[in-house]
Design a protein around this ligand. Structure first.
Ligand code: ZN
Length: 421
C-alpha cells in the first residue's frame, strides 16, 4: 500500500502522539476522513493535497473537556461551537452541563449536528440545564432533579452524552447540603457514566443568615459520594471551597481520592485559574488528568456584546484572556513537559470518553482529527484573574486543524493575542 494515492499528507511536522508513544518527525497520510499512515517519510506517496507543517507541532485533534456551547439556550453562557472548536484548533468539545434531559434534543439538532466540531456533552443533572452558569441557584435545588428521566435520556443518547455534570457549590451546599450532588450521583450510576463535579466558589445563602459552608466539611462529605472515574474540576481555582484551604493546605482526603481512589481531576480553567493555586497543587503532588478550557460568555470577550453590565454580576465573570492553548502554555510555563500537556488534551480525555479507538491518537484507522500548533518563542505576558502577571518564553498558538480530514484554519475571535512582554 506504500504507493497508494492519499487525499492529504501533512508533512515535515514534529508529531507528538502520547497514546502511540511518538515524538519526532513524521508524515501523516489521510483518506476518507481517516488516518491511513504515519511514517518517517511519505515523500514517495502521491497525494491530492500536501500540507507543509515545517516548524509546527502536529498532535491528535485536541479535546476540550470543559466547553459551554449551548448557544442562545443557556443565555449568554453558551458560545458558538466552532469558534471554541475547529476555528480555535480544537476538534472535540464536551459541553459541561448545558443540555438537560429536556433540552438534549435541541442540543443535538441545533448545536451538535450543525457544528463542524465534534460536539459531545456531560448532561446536566438538573432539569433546567446550566442556564447562565447557575446564576439563579433556586433553580438548582433537589426538586429540580429527576433521576429517572435523566438516566433514560442519557441512555437514549450514548453517542452524545458521555457523563453527568453537577455542582458542589454556587449556592447549592449552603442551601441543601449535598442532597443535589447525591441525586447527580444516582443519575451517573443509573446511566453508568462518570460524574463531573464543579468545586470552588462557596456562596452564602441570600436569606440574610450569611451562612457560608465550610470547605473542609464539604470535602469530607463530598469525596465519599464519588466513585472511581468521577471527575473533580477547578483544582487551580482562586475561589474558596476548591482544592486549597484557607491556610494553604490540601485536604488529605483529596490527596487520597486522587492518588489512591482513581478520582480524576480536570483543570476547568475558566476565570478560576490562578498561578499561585496551580503551583501549590502541583507541588502537593496532585496533577490534573485533563485540561478543560471552560470558556463561556462571561469569561471571554464576546463580539457585539454591547457592553452588558450584568456580565460582571455573573459568578464566573473574568477578564484575563485565555483559551485552551493559553491553558497549555501556562502549564508549560509551570514546568510541565509538553508531552504530558499534549496527553491532557488528547489521549487521556479520549480514554475518559471511552473513545480511544476513534479519537485522541494518530494511529492508522482512527478519525483524521489533527491539531497543528505553533510554539512561538520570545517573552510573552500571561495573566490570571487574581491579578498575577507572569512572563513566559514559549507560547502555544493554534494554526489549523483537520476534523475528520477536513481542514479548518484557526481564525476564531476567541484566540487571545500574543502579548509581548
Ligand atoms: Zn464551566
Amino acid at each position: 500500500m506504500a504507493n497508494a494515492p492519499m487525499e492529504t499528507i501533512i508533512e515535515n511536522g514534529r508529531v507528538i502522539d502520547p497514546a502511540a508513544g511518538l515524538d519526532g518527525a513524521f508524515d501523516i497520510g489521510i483518506s476518507s476522513g481517516r488516518i491511513t499512515a504515519v511514517e518517517t517519510s511519505l515523500k514517495q506517496n502521491q497525494a491530492l493535497n500536501r500540507i507543509d507543517a515545517s516548524g509546527l507541532l502536529v498532535i491528535p485533534g485536541m479535546i476540550d473537556t470543559h466547553a459551554h456551547v449551548y448557544q442562545h439556550v443557556t443565555g449568554k453562557f453558551g458560545l458558538e461551537a466552532d469558534l471554541v472548536g475547529v476555528r480555535s484548533g480544537v476538534t472535540t468539545l464536551i459541553d459541561q452541563g448545558g443540555p438537560s434531559c429536556m433540552t438534549i434534543g435541541g442540543f443535538r439538532h441545533f448545536i451538535a449536528k450543525r457544528a463542524n466540531s465534534r460536539v459531545l456533552a456531560y448532561i446536566s443533572a438538573y432539569l433546567v440545564g446550566g442556564l447562565e452558569g447557575h446564576l439563579y441557584p433556586e433553580l438548582y435545588g433537589p426538586g429540580g432533579v429527576n433521576v429517572e428521566h435523566t438516566v433514560r435520556v442519557a441512555k437514549e443518547n450514548p453517542d452524545l452524552v458521555k457523563g453527568v455534570k453537577a455542582h458542589a457549590e454556587i449556592g447549592g451546599q449552603s442551601r441543601w447540603g449535598l442532597e443535589v450532588i447525591k441525586l447527580g450521583q444516582e443519575v451517573a450510576e443509573g446511566a453508568n457514566l462518570p460524574l463531573y463535579i464543579h468545586l470552588g466558589q462557596l456562596w452564602p445563602t441570600d436569606d440574610g443568615s450569611g451562612y457560608i459552608p465550610n470547605a473542609e466539611e464539604l470535602m469530607e462529605e463530598l469525596i465519599p459520594v464519588m466513585k472511581p472515574g468521577d471527575i473533580l474540576a477547578h483544582p487551580f481555582t482562586r475561589h474558596p471551597g476548591g482544592f486549597v484551604s484557607a491556610n494553604g493546605d490540601i485536604h488529605p482526603i483529596l490527596l487520597e481520592a486522587v492518588n489512591e481512589r482513581d478520582i480524576l481531576v480536570d483543570v476547568g480553567h475558566g476565570s478560576h485559574f490562578s498561578f499561585a493555586a496551580a503551583r501549590r497543587i502541583i507541588e502537593a503532588g496532585i496533577f490534573p488528568d485533563t485540561l478543560g478550557a471552560d470558556m463561556h460568555g462571561y469569561n471571554v470577550s464576546v463580539p457585539n456584546d454591547d457592553g452588558d453590565t450584568a456580565r460582571e454580576a455573573n459568578p464566573f465573570f473574568g477578564v484575563a484572556p485565555f483559551n485552551l492553548t493559553i491553558a497549555m502554555t501556562e502549564l508549560l510555563h509551570l514546568g510541565v513537559s509538553l508531552d504530558k500537556i499534549v496527553a491532557m488534551v488528547t489521549s487521556t480525555p479520549a480514554r475518559v470518553l471511552g473513545m480511544r479507538d476513534e479519537i485522541g491518537s494518530l494511529q492508522p484507522g482512527m478519525a483524521a482529527d489533527i491539531s497543528v500548533l505553533k510554539v512561538e518563542t520570545g517573552r510573552f505576558r500571561l495573566s490570571d484573574n487574581s491579578g498575577a502577571i507572569e512572563i513566559c518564553e514559549q507560547l502555544l498558538r493554534p494554526e489549523f486543524c483537520l476534523k475528520s480530514g477536513v481542514r479548518h484554519d484557526a481564525d476564531s475571535v476567541f484566540i487571545p493575542e500574543a502579548y509581548a512582554a
